[in-house]
Every structure is written in structure tokens, then in C-alpha cells.
Write a protein that binds this ligand. Structure first.
Ligand SMILES: Cc1cc2nc3c(=O)[nH]c(=O)nc-3n(C[C@H](O)[C@H](O)[C@H](O)COP(=O)(O)OP(=O)(O)OC[C@H]3O[C@@H](n4cnc5c(N)ncnc54)[C@H](O)[C@@H]3O)c2cc1C
Length: 354
């Protein structure tokens, strides 16, 4: 059998695409994680802050979906506490986030897939070779080699995507950060999401998010031998500010792309498309990526409505909106990441809450 579309990665981008095209085309969806097995409340989700930002909420609405309450965690957050360690400033801003369990969110998305989608979880994509009319991809399941034939291949395999690297190598890839997250038991109420800026530690940012009796401390750092040390240094600084990081329950990590140029966005090549973070679709200012994953997968699904022929130019044209959005976010970034400009913005108290 030759599938019409094979999607590598069942995160928000891959799962949403499979949901949208799964009744019209024969679809194979593979993911290295065991997303089909309910492992209860274990750490099954991708390493993520689990905040659904307003843009992502809008996408959920555009897709005609509603989030079940089981996906949410306590508390729901309406404020960002911004701590600027370079300028010794702190402000509170109103924001509207859905605070959720990322693992449950992913499982819920998977539960919306049409029954016809062939899901192969616990399978690691390795490589592909062109064949007449498409591609033959190789993947492994529990160490066993498997293969499948497909007309179209979609890379939805997130940051540091293997599919993207097979097409474009490391050249023109978005800047790569390593995100480390540690979870701590914490009973104290924390009714805000904290964003921490400290140029000595990272030129991106760090965060603390309360989640169901725990707090999640994470930071996006330049990869390298100093990353873990910088993470610990920041933890020390925050401990001195009163954060309590005593009772650690788990540590996790993941790569995160930061497209500091709109040209890092890549729609794909030949009959191979990229969606979500694999395409370089993620906010370079906040690292919010779920709305981009949902939007790019919607654009690709719309591009496939007219058939498989010439779908990539159609997708590429639609994705211009993503490039433009990334450009705008990059224009906004200096106000957040240049310490002097951030100082001006915070000192002005514009839009801050007392
Ligand atoms: C620490 C951290 C915190 C974040 N917090 C937020 C947040 O709070 N809100 C927000 O909107 N965004 C957040 N993001 C960004 C967001 O998680 C991503 O941008 C978003 O998940 C991208 O969706 P995706 O489907 O493109 O990729 P992913 O969600 O990364 O999914 C990729 C999938 O591909 C699978 N995969 C990868 N390689 C292979 C392979 N070789 N074979 C088989 N399967 C493979 C993975 O298992 C995964 O399921 C955060 C990112 C990080 C790292």
C-alpha cells in the first residue's frame, strides 16, 4: 500500500493535520512517543510550559474546537509577573492564558482524529528515499526496522526536525536553544506566570508557572557546556528573591527553535512539507508555538483540499502570513530583550497593574 500522506510527529501540528485530512486521504501518523497508551498522570507530555496563549485560543476557536476541562490545571492565569534581573525591576501585566496539562492536551487532540488515520506510536522515523510517485520511509519500532511508502511526507517533528535537516541541513535553521525545566512541589498560591529576563544567563528568557500544587521552573538557554550551570545560577538568584525550589519532583529538557529571521521559515521541498516548529513556525519573542503549529497545519490541510498535485506552492503562498507574523514578532523583540529598552518600557508602567 502507498499512503497519500505520512506525517512524522503527532504533536499539535501533526495531530491537527491528521485530524483535518484523515477522512479525505489515507494518512499514516508516526511518533516516537507512546501517545496511544494512557499512562495516567505520568510525565507523558512534551517538555512545555503548557500555557495556551490568546493566539492559540483563537486558533482553537477557528478550528471549531473546545478544550475539555480535564485538560486544564489549577490555577488559570490572568497576569504575568515580569522580573528584570538586569535592571532590578518588576512589573505585573494582565494576560489571558489557559493553564493546562500538555500531555492531556496532546492526548485530547489525538482523540479527535478520524478512525481511518493509521497511528503508529512508539516508532522513530529514521530516513527516507525517493521512489517513483513518492517516498519510502524507514522507521524503527522497538529496535525493529519498518518501512512505509507515501506520496507526500510531512515533517511535523518539532525543533531540530530530522525531516527539515534532511531537506536543508543545518543551513538557514532557526537559532537553537536548549530548554531545561524542573518541577517542584509547592503549596503556596502563585496566581501568575513569571517571566524572568537576565542577560547574564540567557539572551532569551526563563519562566515559573504554577501547576496543580507544583511549580515549573524553566529556562531557554544557549546550548553548550555552560547551559546547566547557568540554569543553576538563575535558580540561586531566584531563590534569593523568595522562590522555593526545595522539593524537586522531575527534570526535563527539549530543544526549542528561535526564528530570529522570517526567512528561517521553510514550507518544504518537492513533495515534502514542513509544519509547526519543524518549519520554523514559533514566536521568536515568547516561544509560544502551539498557535503556529495549529495554523501551519490548517494552512497545509487547506492546500491539500484541491488535491495532492502542486500542493506545496499553495501551502507556501498561505504560509506568507506566518513569515510576516515572525517578522513582526522579531520587530517587537528588542523591547523585551534589549535591557535598556526593556528598562524604558517597564519604567513607563504602561499597561502594568499595580
Ligand atoms: C520548554 C518549552 C516550553 C514551551 N512552552 C510553551 C507554552 O507554554 N505555550 C506554547 O504555545 N508553546 C510552548 N512551547 C513551544 C511549543 O511546545 C512548540 O512550539 C509546539 O509544541 C510545536 O508543535 P509541533 O507539533 O510543531 O512540534 P512538537 O510539539 O515538538 O511535536 C513534535 C513531535 O514529533 C515527534 N518526533 C520528533 N522526532 C521524531 C522522530 N524522529 N520520529 C518520530 N517522532 C518524532 C515528537 O515525539 C513530538 O511528538 C514550549 C517549548 C518548550 C521546549
Amino acid at each position: 500500500m502507498i499512503y497519500d500522506v505520512t506525517i512524522v510527529g503527532a504533536g499539535p501540528a501533526g495531530a491537527n493535520l491528521a485530524r483535518l485530512i484523515g477522512e479525505r486521504y489515507t494518512v499514516l501518523l508516526i511518533d516516537k512517543r507512546e501517545l496511544g497508551i494512557d499512562k495516567g498522570s505520568g510525565p507523558v507530555g512534551k517538555c512545555c510550559g503548557g500555557l495556551l496563549a490568546p493566539d492559540a485560543q483563537e486558533m482553537i476557536a477557528r478550528l471549531g474546537l473546545g478544550i475539555p476541562k480535564e485538560v486544564l490545571v489549577d490555577p488559570q492565569l490572568f497576569a504575568v509577573r515580569t522580573i528584570d534581573l538586569n535592571n532590578h525591576l518588576e512589573r505585573l501585566y494582565q494576560r489571558f492564558y489557559f493553564n493546562m496539562d500538555r500531555g492531556k492536551f496532546e492526548r485530547w487532540l489525538i482523540s479527535t482524529l478520524p478512525a481511518a488515520v493509521d497511528r503508529q506510536f512508539g516508532c522513530v522515523f529514521q530516513d527516507y528515499v525517493p521512489i517513483p510517485g513518492g517516498y519510502e520511509l524507514q522507521y524503527t519500532r522497538g529496535g525493529q526496522k519498518c518501512s512505509a511508502k507515501t506520496k507526500i511526507l510531512v515533517g511535523a517533528d518539532g525543533a531540530f526536525s530530522k525531516v527539515r535537516r534532511s531537506l536543508f541541513g543545518e543551513k538557514h535553521a532557526p537559532e537553537k536553544y536548549i530548554a531545561i525545566q524542573e518541577w517542584f512541589a509547592c503549596e503556596e498560591p502563585m496566581p501568575y506566570f513569571t517571566a524572568i529576563f537576565d542577560q547574564e544567563i540567557t539572551d532569551f528568557y526563563a519562566w515559573v508557572i504554577p501547576k496543580d500544587g507544583q511549580i515549573l521552573f524553566g529556562a531557554a538557554l544557549r546550548p553548550g557546556p555552560d547551559a546547566a550551570e547557568n540554569f543553576e545560577r538563575l535558580k540561586d538568584k531566584l531563590t534569593r528573591l523568595g522562590f522555593c525550589f526545595d522539593r524537586k519532583t522531575r527534570t526535563e529538557g527539549a530543544y526549542i527553535y528561535r526564528p530570529t529571521r522570517a526567512s528561517y521559515f521553510r514550507a518544504g521541498k518537492g513533495d515534502i512539507a514542513l509544519i509547526g516548529e519543524a518549519a520554523g513556525a514559533i514566536s521568536p519573542s515568547s516561544a509560544e508555538g502551539i498557535s503556529y503549529a495549529l495554523r501551519t497545519s490548517l494552512f497545509l490541510a487547506e492546500s491539500l483540499e484541491k488535491g495532492l498535485q502542486s500542493f506545496l506552492p499553495r501551502y507556501s503562498a498561505k504560509a506568507r502570513k506566518i513569515r510576516f507574523n515572525v517578522l513582526l514578532k522579531n520587530m517587537k523583540s528588542p523591547a523585551m530583550y534589549v535591557p535598556f529598552l526593556r528598562k524604558l518600557a517597564m519604567k513607563s508602567r504602561v499597561k502594568s497593574i499595580r
